[in-house]
Design a protein around this ligand. Structure first.
Ligand code: NAD
Length: 429
């Protein structure tokens, strides 16, 4: 298939690379000329495991290329995927200007039948608006179909998620584009769920909100565990062993972050509100998520008392492991709160330091966790990178002024840490 991806970020670039790897002919378009130049020169602007090799291989084999020209992409392709940002507005609703802009641009250059697929996460009923916009701005009046194909990849394991998805959702309002969409996804050997467009759009917001709900549920339990003297990890194991519940997304900690969950949740609350339903359940999910960070900062204050001029070591900045993405990262929010209280912060993250430096240039960026620990009055763990799980704890202790660890991601066993001589505080246990 000849495919074009408009928007070459986390979703567009990874999808483009995977589509080309299974044999499709792919053009990735982006309106950021610097990004396109970098990609054309073989430089990958984001960190995603395996992506660089996959892009290089498929560029070299002639199945993947990059351009700033939507016209070039649309002309050369049967199926056009939209993967541009859908950021939140201050009131929580979704800013759809990029989607609308791309729909107009596609319409302006479309000369023959095309399938326009929305892969960005959008409010229910956006597909209808996209179809209306394309009809209005396509002066040539050529035929087209709009499809909703929400993306479920997770940053950090995006290639695996795309290559082996649990399911592929294809939302259509008529049968015509179904065969071509199935051909696009045929190599992925995953169950395909065909729905109407509104339902496909809802599936994405419903799924992300449900996962966020699961995280907030275990985080609410972590509060009860602390009050009752129980261990939230043991509770999660016991609950998660029930197949109807499952252990995934039952890790108590600082809560969810990233570019998707926070914005998708507030979008869904806003969408429901506009449709006439007050989604109080999800409002509570958001409240618990904020509370976890507040509770953790309070714990740091209770342990260290005055934070002004205290040297605090921070491990982890990305919103989750295996990514350099710091958008809506709980770690960044905690660091910002500590800076506000006058703490002197040394940090280390395996991949997210360059991006953090752009917004917080005055932190002491270290080359490894041991440099962070050196001279610190406390060590704070904010992202659960595997690298931190295998630290030489004895060495860390010897480097610190006080052997205090506050673990916002529960990566260590309290028993082990206490017997190693640490004052160790974590979440819900
Ligand atoms: P991103 O910011 O990483 O990438 C978006 C890209 O689109 C950028 O490179 C930007 O330059 C480009 N762009 C913006 N306007 C454009 C235009 N008019 N023409 C061409 N390119 C344009 O965003 P992302 O994380 O890839 O997310 C894209 C969409 O996918 C969002 O709706 C998001 O909610 C959804 N999504 C993201 C993830 C994820 O894990 N990141 C997962 C599933 C769904």
């Amino acid at each position: 298939m000849k495919i074009c991806l408009i928007g070459s970020g986390y979703v567009g670039l990874v999808t483009g690379a995977c589509f080309s790897d299974v044999g499709h002919q792919v053009i990735c378009v982006d309106n950021n000329a610097t990004k396109v130049q970098q990609l054309q020169a073989g430089h990958i602007p984001i960190y995603e495991p395996g992506l660089e090799a996959l892009v290089k291989k498929n560029v070299a084999e002639g199945r993947l290329r990059f351009t700033v020209s939507i016209e070039d992409g649309v002309d050369q392709s049967q199926v056009i995927f939209i993967a541009v940002p859908t950021p939140p507005q201050p009131d929580g609703s979704v800013d759809l200007r990029f989607i609308e802009g791309v729909a107009r641009e596609i319409a302006a250059v479309m000369k023959s039948y095309k399938i326009v697929v929305d892969k960005s996460t959008v409010p229910v009923q956006t597909g209808e608006k996209v179809a209306e916009t394309i009809s209005r701005y396509n002066k040539a009046k050529v035929d087209f179909d709009v499809v909703s194909n929400p993306e479920f990849l997770r940053e950090g394991s995006a290639i695996g998620d795309l290559m082996n998805p649990d399911r592929i959702v294809i939302g259509v309002n008529n049968e015509r584009p179904v065969a071509a969409m199935k051909e696009v996804y045929e190599p992925f050997k995953a169950p395909i769920i065909v729905t109407d467009i509104n339902s496909a759009e809802l599936i994405k917001h419903a799924a992300n909100s449900f996962l966020a709900l699961k995280i907030s549920y275990i985080n609410a339990l972590s509060i009860i565990c602390e009050m009752a003297g129980a261990d939230v990890e043991q509770v999660a194991d016991g609950m998660g062993a029930d197949k109807r519940i499952g252990r995934q997304f039952l890790n108590a900690g600082l809560g969810y972050g990233g570019s998707c969950f926070p914005k998708d949740l507030s979008a869904f609350i806003h969408i429901a509100d506009e449709l006439g339903y007050e989604f109080d359940l999800l409002k509570e999910v958001e409240k618990i998520n904020c509370l976890q960070k507040e509770r953790f900062i309070k714990k740091i204050r209770e342990t260290l008392w005055i934070l002004t001029d205290k040297k605090i070591g921070v491990l982890g900045l990305s919103f989750k492991p295996n990514t350099d993405d710091i958008r809506s990262s709980a770690a960044i929010e905690v660091v910002q709160a500590l800076i506000k209280e006058g703490a002197k912060i040394s940090v280390y993250d395996p991949k997210a330091m360059a991006k953090t430096r752009e917004i917080l240039p005055n932190l002491n960026y270290c080359e490894n966790p041991y440099d962070v620990a050196d001279g610190s009055e406390a060590l704070i763990i904010l992202t659960e990178w595997d690298e931190f799980r295998s630290l030489d704890i004895g060495r860390i202790k010897n480097l610190m002024v006080n052997p205090i660890i506050l673990d916002g991601r529960n990566i260590f066993s309290p028993k082990v840490m206490e017997s190693a001589g640490f004052i160790y505080k974590s979440i819900g246990r």
